[in-house]
Write a protein that binds this ligand. Sequence first.
Ligand code: CDP
Length: 210
Amino acid sequence: MIIAVDGPAASGKGTLGKRLAEHYGLNHLDTGLLYRAVARALLDKGIPLQDAHAAHEAALRLDFSQLDENRLRGREAGDAASIVSAYPAVRQALLEGQRRFAATPPGAVLDGRDIGTVVCPDADAKLFVTASAETRAHRRWLELSAQDPALAYDSVLEDIRRRDARDSERATAPMKQAENACLLDTTGLDKEAAFRAAIDLIEAELRRIQ
Ligand code: CDP
């Protein structure tokens, strides 16, 4: 079984993806980490993010089993990821690996921006998880301000809006709800309520395709 979970930054899709994978006994891949790792490789070597060729090389070299989530989280890598993820060659280099991961038994939950539209268009269930920009910025601010107490909410909101625009306006595999994806708006829902709502949507979808 393959479950696609797409949506904008800080919509809660990562947490949800992890819990859904546990619930259904599936593997889980946070595909945002792939783009963050490509960006991190450039940042670490002082290579400009505008160097599409270097980004492509980094994507070709990426080992999916060596993603260090702690090092890849954070604002800088997230923003940089949304720049390198717009390069078609980078997306192409990461496509096969994602599809192989999804096809490995017993199946997987993949979360990202283009899982239901490009990576796994035949997924058994697809969710598009969203929330208002203000709600998402507040969640991200709570997460980040634990390490950086001086961080202003307004600058996080600005980051979120800039990233939404970049991700939805790019020409290759833009972020968008797949035609057959179920919309889950988590504005006003806590993690538990979002999980329950996701299960209800997925179960209804699985019954429908049986
Ligand atoms: O965790 P957060 O929602 O902030 O971001 P992420 O899922 O880690 O993704 C970081 C960036 O990678 C996004 O802003 C996208 O530009 C890019 N990305 C993508 O293009 N396609 C995906 N399937 C996943 C992420």
